[in-house]
Design a protein around this ligand. Structure first.
Ligand SMILES: [Mn+2]
Length: 371
């Protein structure tokens, strides 16, 4: 049995938050725990191990600490370079190679495509930016015996947006027992008519608002795979991630909507809230004061989209053809609930933006730090 994971994006720091960077490290740590506890023969990672091709010292530290735990448990780690692992500047090298040089991973990237481990032929190629590149990478790979193909590609069936996929499912080379796919952050697996399996573990953390829906359906984590039987057998294993909620609120029911959604949270970690505002315009001050009441039940909140009836505001402005940016800004700020004095201070601040020292002094006065 082996563990299939992907898209760990170590080092990613969503919204600039170090706690979120820590969450992503924690998900990886939990996957390593699973591999050790389940005594798997090896781990395969389908790419985007790091988030960038020049990872931070912190990302390397977490990677090495956890890969060392696997090595001590005699569990090899096979990985392919995803698009995030590959340098965009020539000659910068591959961060995964650093981990390979110190003996913690085996990189399958096309130059070296095969590795045989516990009776399974493991093949892997690096991310190919085009269909043509993919075809030439897989050319010459002939599967034999129980076999795994690790790829990091967009498949039209799962990433149906123009320019986001390189190949279609039917273009996968035939004859492998298990297709270990990365890149698509949606978790699923399917069995083909010949009994072979295609699996997408997705990222083990919610890295984007668009992943929330899939998380709610399928959770986050990896797959335990058993190729010892006639047909491959797969089992989903989950990690505990910081939950994220996408909540539609109206001015009159902000609190009750959030209360209702918070009831579904099961993670030990406090959730991150993304709000979509609709209905009547909501003054920022009102929103801030309502959200303050949740400070011990949520980790952080942000507005994902403001779909309130801004058109109403615009009508309030009347004929705007004779107005300049300053007067429109003032009207908008007043409509958002700021006082005349506050609105003037904000405009003053915007207009003095050329002189950094002066605008800094004004900002301090505005925030009441300095008279
Ligand atoms: Mn990815």
């Amino acid at each position: 049995m082996f563990l299939h994971i992907s898209d760990t994006h170590l080092g990613k720091r969503p919204y600039g938050k170090t706690e979120r960077e820590g969450d992503i490290y924690d998900s990886f740590k939990q996957l390593v725990d699973i591999a050790i506890n389940e005594r798997v023969s090896f781990v395969i990672h389908s790419g985007d191990f790091f988030d960038v091709y020049e990872p931070s010292a912190m990302a390397y530290t977490v990677a090495i600490e956890n890969l060392k735990r696997l090595k001590e448990a005699n569990i090899p780690f096979f990985v392919i370079p995803g698009n995030h692992d590959l340098a965009t500047i020539r000659g910068k090298g591959l961060p995964l190679r650093v981990l390979e040089v110190v003996g913690l991973v085996k990189v399958l990237d096309g130059k070296e495509k095969t590795s045989v481990f516990s009776g399974i032929n493991i093949y892997g190629i690096k991310y190919s930016p085009t269909r043509e590149a993919f075809v030439s990478e897989v050319k010459g790979i002939v599967p034999s015996g129980k076999s795994v193909l690790m790829i990091h590609q967009g498949l039209k069936e799962y990433l149906p947006f123009n320019g986001s996929y390189q190949i279609e499912e039917s273009e996968l080379p035939k004859g492998f027992t298990y297709y270990a796919l990365g890149h698509v952050h949606t978790r699923k697996y399917k069995r083909f008519n010949d009994g072979s399996l295609l699996a997408l573990p997705s990222s083990p953390d919610i890295l984007d608002v668009r992943e929330i829906e899939d998380y709610r359906k399928n959770g986050k984590g990896g797959f335990l795979v058993d190729l010892s039987k006639d047909e491959p057998y797969i089992q989903q294993v989950n990690v505990d991630v910081r939950e994220q909620l996408l909540i539609w609120v109206r001015k009159e029911n902000i609190k009750s909507e959030i209360d209702k959604e918070l009831a579904s949270v099961s993670s030990k970690k406090l959730p991150l809230i993304h709000l979509i505002l609709h209905g009547e315009p909501i003054e920022p001050k009102l929103l801030t004061s309502v959200m303050k009441q949740f400070s011990d039940r949520i980790y952080w909140w942000r507005v994902e989209k403001d779909e309130t009836e801004i058109s109403k505001d615009i009508k309030l402005f009347g004929d705007t053809s004779q107005e300049n940016v300053t007067s429109l800004t003032r009207k908008y700020l007043l409509a958002q609930g700021y006082t005349e004095e506050e609105s003037n201070a904000i405009i003053d601040l915007i207009e003095s933006a050329e002189d950094e020292e002066e605008s800094y002094a004004k900002l301090k006065r505005f925030l009441g730090i300095q008279k």
